[in-house]
Each structure stands twice: as C-alpha cells, then as structure tokens.
Design a protein around this ligand. Structure first.
Ligand code: LHQ
Length: 262
C-alpha cells in the first residue's frame, strides 16, 4: 500500500489497520483525508489478501468531523452539495461497497462527519473515553454523511431526533446501552479487543462475510420478498465456494476450518 499523509496504514495477517493521523486537529476530516480513506477502501476492496479493515484515531480524539478551517470563509458560491458528494458521500458509499468487515475502534470523540464515518462502519467498539456528538446543530447545520440514515436505524427515531436536536454528547457507556456501539472497554484494552475481533474475522470465510454484508446493506430498505430473493442470490454465491465445502468438511472432521477465499 502506498504512503499517505493524513492516515497511517498497517497490513498484518489480512487486517488493514488505519489510524486517522491529525491528532492536533482531533483527526478532523479534510479533503485529503477523505480522498485517502476512499483510496484505502478501493485497495482493500480489490485485494483478496486484505480481509478486514480496522480504523482508529491517533491522540485524544477519534474524528472531529469536517476540518472547520477548510470550509471557513467560503463565499456564496461554495456548493455544500458538491463538497459532500466529493468527500463524505463518496467515502460512505466506498465503505458500504467494501464487502469486507469494517470495524471502528473509537478511541475518543466522534463528532459531525466523524460520527457519520463511525456509523458507516459495520461494527463499533469504544474506549471508555469515547463520546458521540452530532455537532451539526451547534454550528447551524443539518446532519450529513449518513448520520440521519444510521441513527434512527440504530437507536430509534425518537432517540435519534433528541440526540440531533439537543446535540447530545453520548458517552461510551450510554452508546453501548442504546446500541450505538457494539461494546465498550477500558482505554488500555479497547484497541486489543477490537484487533482480536478483526483477526478472528480475517480468518473467516471471505465470501460468507461479503454476502452477509451485501444482504445487510439492503435489509433495512427491501421488502421481505425482495430480501428473501437477495438472500437466495447471496447463498447461491457463497454455497458454490470451496470455503463452504471446507467449512462442512471441518465440521465433520471436528477441526477448525482453513478458509482461502475461494
Ligand atoms: C478542530 C475541530 C474541527 C478543526 C476540534 N475542525 N479543528 C460538512 C459540510 C461542510 C461544512 C461543515 O461540516 C460538515 C460536516 C461536519 O462535520 S459539521 C461538524 C464539524 N465538527 C464540529 O463542529 C466539531 C467541533 N469540535 C468540537 O466540538 C470539539 O473540539 C470536540 C467535542 C470534538 C472535542 O472537544 P475537546 O475535547 O474540548 O477538544 P477541543 O475543542 O479543545 O479540540 C482540540 C483541538 O482540536 C482544538 O485545537 P487547539 O489548537 O485549540 O488545541 C480544536 O480547535 C481542534 N478541533 N474539532 N472540526
């Protein structure tokens, strides 16, 4: 993988670990960081040896959303539509399009588009110091980067509305209680916990994960009939893999399966 300026990337045993690396700016997103994250998603999507994407942040924050310095002093000609389309919308689509597990290990505050970024991942594990802050309404903005899509789906419409209207800072503990994150761990343990889960997924059956993500991507918008059809299509693909044969053989031979992604 090539070098990047705003993120660090490490690839070990099929796990691609990204560290958002603008700690003095609370890892706020600028155009370059959005572009670099999209580029990593494209590489991971295309490389069969890369099986899981794990994202965390350097320093105290996870991601403070849009780098406000980059968009300050813009005149009337500034197009928010173009800005969002070329940055966060592209990034969120890229993340949902990578048919591999994406895990966010949220070390500190996730605010604004940084919250949207965390919500676009498949799973979130939080340090006890993490907090989840919409931030939009406090600066006169509406939610973007998918926040108004994911929040009601994860925590319910009334809870999401309150969180957005009141710009509620949700603690890690509360986030785990309401389903915004999948688990919360002590600050010195959370990254190892997330890494252990990533490693476990990296040894799993890639097509099984890919077809699971494909089905889940549609499950909240499809009718039951559409979803049953999609599940059947996904199973047709997973069921004709060598990994399915290996999984069944390993079951009968009472040994752990060795999945190759074929
Ligand atoms: C930052 C930022 C930041 C630059 C902390 N930018 N420097 C889309 C379309 C177009 C326009 C706008 O936006 C969007 C989407 C969005 O994401 S809107 C929401 C943008 N984000 C925010 O409004 C969050 C602003 N930040 C905060 O509320 C706080 O900094 C949080 C809650 C994240 C952390 O609070 P603290 O722990 O008290 O830290 P701090 O406020 O002291 O921040 C640490 C440093 O990071 C500080 O720099 P300094 O030089 O003073 O040490 C901040 O200025 C900088 N920073 N967020 N978004």
């Amino acid at each position: 993988m090539r070098d990047f300026e705003t993120i660090l990337v490490d690839v070990t045993d099929g796990v691609v670990e990204i560290t958002l690396n603008r700690p003095d700016k609370y890892n706020a997103l600028n155009t370059q960081m959005a572009n670099e994250l999209v580029a990593v998603c494209e590489v991971v999507a295309a490389d069969p040896s890369m099986r899981v994407l794990l994202v965390t942040g350097a320093g105290r924050g996870f991601c403070a959303g849009q780098d406000l310095a980059e968009v300050a002093d813009r005149d009337e000609s500034f197009s928010f539509i173009e800005h969002l389309e070329s940055s966060y919308n592209r990034l969120v689509r890229a993340m949902r399009g990578v048919e591999k597990p994406i895990i966010c290990a949220v070390n500190g505050a996730a605010a604004g588009a940084g919250l949207g970024f965390a919500l676009a991942a498949d799973l979130r594990y939080a340090s006890e110091h993490a907090k989840f802050i919409p931030a939009f309404i406090a600066i006169g903005l509406a939610p973007d980067s998918g926040v108004s899509y994911w929040l009601p789906r994860l925590i319910g419409v009334a809870r999401a509305t309150e969180m957005l209207y009141r710009n509620e800072r949700v603690s890690a503990e509360k986030a785990a209680e309401i389903g915004l994150v999948n688990g919360v761990f002590a600050a010195d343990a959370f990254l190892d916990e997330a890494r252990a889960i990533a490693k476990q997924f990296a040894q799993g059956a890639p097509l099984g994960f890919a077809m699971t993500k494909r089905a889940l991507n549609q499950s909240l918008v499809n009718s039951l009939t559409e979803q049953l059809d999609l599940e059947a299509e996904c199973q047709q693909i997973a069921g004709h893999s060598a990994d399915y044969k290996e999984g069944v053989a390993a079951f009968y031979e009472k040994r752990p399966p060795v999945f190759t992604g074929k």
